[in-house]
Design a protein around this ligand. Structure first.
Ligand code: SER
Length: 319
């Protein structure tokens, strides 16, 4: 990869992934794609080129790919699960029509393409414990429907046209830099903000509801490593289970309470997010990613809690 376009560069993943890619491949070689209203600012704006890149605008995307001689695209444009339930047609438009635009450009211009999938690509019929790489995927949310279709279409373009599509199924991602917007796993980010602000946390997910989660540095490394992996070793492409930790709200609360004594939480489950969470795996098996491209997480819950709290204390003190 020499010249990279990040679509969705100002979102939860994009804002950090763009900076990481610029650190590896050079600032001028990574274009921060954004939509009007979500412009890059500060370091993200100053460390390299940026361009309006709406996944729904095939012509605009093709112009950026030509202008910057792009050979790899990270497609991070998506509506997360709870928002997608409120706006299913818009979720389809962004996730599916947007993907098709990028697949076509990748086919024409020989770009590699990374479009993440998610724990949301599974459904209530999927085995919940040690969810295998290859298993039943019958999601019941629009987000999940688009993620399974993303996996299938990305694999189709690889088999049919030789497009270098690869990706991972992200767990819920936790970070202190940019907030997620409208996902089911967002509670595991918001809980840290409440704790550091000294507030009680009202948890929208019920006690005993387990989901896979991951600290952002591991997720960013996975996104880079899968795209750098030796293709001759890949039996799978779209998309690999990757895992590092699984917890329910009680377990993360207890982890935080050790660092923030007196931290309080009460439950007020949100029916939409609770139903989605119950349809997702408790814990994925990531042995294929480990075997095919040496995936290995670095952060467990305790390391993540220490890092989140230390960094949020600094961030919120400045705010
Ligand atoms: N974090 C996403 C969500 O909760 C799942 O990939 O919607």
């Amino acid at each position: 990869m020499k010249n990279i376009l990040v679509v969705g560069s100002t979102g939860q993943i994009g804002s950090e992934l763009t900076m990481k890619l610029r650190g590896i491949y050079g600032g001028n070689n990574v274009v921060a794609g954004y939509i009007p209203g979500a412009e890059p600012k500060g370091e993200l704006l100053e460390s390299g080129p940026s361009a309006v890149a709406d996944v729904r605008d095939a012509k605009g995307l093709a112009e950026i790919v030509a202008k910057y001689n792009i050979d790899a695209i990270y497609n991070l444009a998506a509506l997360l699960s709870a928002v997608a339930e409120r706006k299913p047609l818009m979720a389809w438009d962004i996730q599916m029509n947007g993907l098709l635009n990028l697949l076509e450009i990748s086919r024409e211009k020989s770009c590699a393409l990374f479009t993440p999938s998610s724990i949301g690509s599974f459904g209530p019929d999927t085995p919940k414990q040690n969810t295998p790489q290859d298993t039943i995927q019958r999601p019941t949310s629009m987000y999940g429907v688009t993620k399974v279709a993303t996996e299938l279409l990305s694999d189709y373009y690889h088999h049919k046209f030789g497009v270098d599509t690869r990706s991972v199924r992200f767990p819920g991602l936790i970070s202190y830099t940019t907030l997620p917007g409208g996902g089911t796993t967002d509670y595991a980010v918001e809980i840290y903000y409440a704790a550091v602000k000294g507030e009680e946390f009202v948890c929208p997910i019920a006690k005993g509801t387990f989901m896979d989660m991951m600290y952002m540095p591991d997720a960013l490394r996975a996104a880079v490593e899968i795209m750098e992996a030796d293709p001759s070793r890949l039996n799978h492409r779209n998309s690999f289970n990757i895992a590092s930790m699984s917890f329910d709200p009680e377990i993360i609360r207890a982890s935080i309470a050790k660092a923030v004594p007196g931290f309080r939480m009460r439950y007020e489950p949100d029916p939409v997010r609770q139903a989605i969470a119950e349809s997702w795996p408790d814990k994925m098996d990531d042995s294929c990613a480990r075997a095919e491209w040496d995936w290995k997480p670095e952060f467990g819950l305790e390391e993540m809690t220490a890092d989140m709290i230390a960094n949020l204390r600094i961030k919120l003190a400045k705010a």
